[in-house]
Design a protein. Structure first.
Length: 135
């Protein structure tokens, strides 16, 4: 159920972020909002008690991911120009796939040696901390 709702949330939030982009919230600001929402959603999911709060915090996390998805294209096109966006976008998507693979390994180690909440906290903190590294 959570996976199905996450897919729905991602689609809905993708449309919402497109609207934000049309209103002038673009590039770095859109990406920063996404990192913040994704990080907060991950951290707060650890403290949720019950199905309703889990869905709400999952919605925050997925909303942040949608902002990141749209913001990354906007940010890349503003830095590298529209003519090179295909190559840059391929590199971004390859980086996302690689980070998902590495994240699964790190999460497994954290779950084994710390506890099952550790991957959410580490992911949330690193997402919020990543805002400081945006160009």
């Amino acid at each position: 159920i959570v996976l199905g709702l996450s897919i729905f949330f991602l689609s809905f939030c993708g449309l919402l972020t497109k609207r934000f982009s049309e209103m002038g919230i673009r590039g770095k600001r859109l990406y920063s909002i996404g990192l913040f929402l994704s990080g907060i959603g991950s951290i707060l999911m650890v403290f949720s008690k019950g199905f309703g709060p889990v869905l709400f915090f999952r919605f925050l996390h997925v909303a942040g991911d949608a902002f990141i998805f749209v913001g990354s294209r906007e940010l890349a096109s503003s830095i590298f120009g529209e003519e090179r966006i295909g190559r840059i976008w391929g590199g971004i998507r390859s980086g996302v796939a690689l980070s998902a693979f590495i994240g699964a390994i790190i999460s497994g180690v954290l779950i084994q040696f710390v506890n099952s909440s550790a991957p959410f906290i580490v992911s949330g903190i690193s997402s919020i901390f990543a805002i400081t590294f945006l160009p």
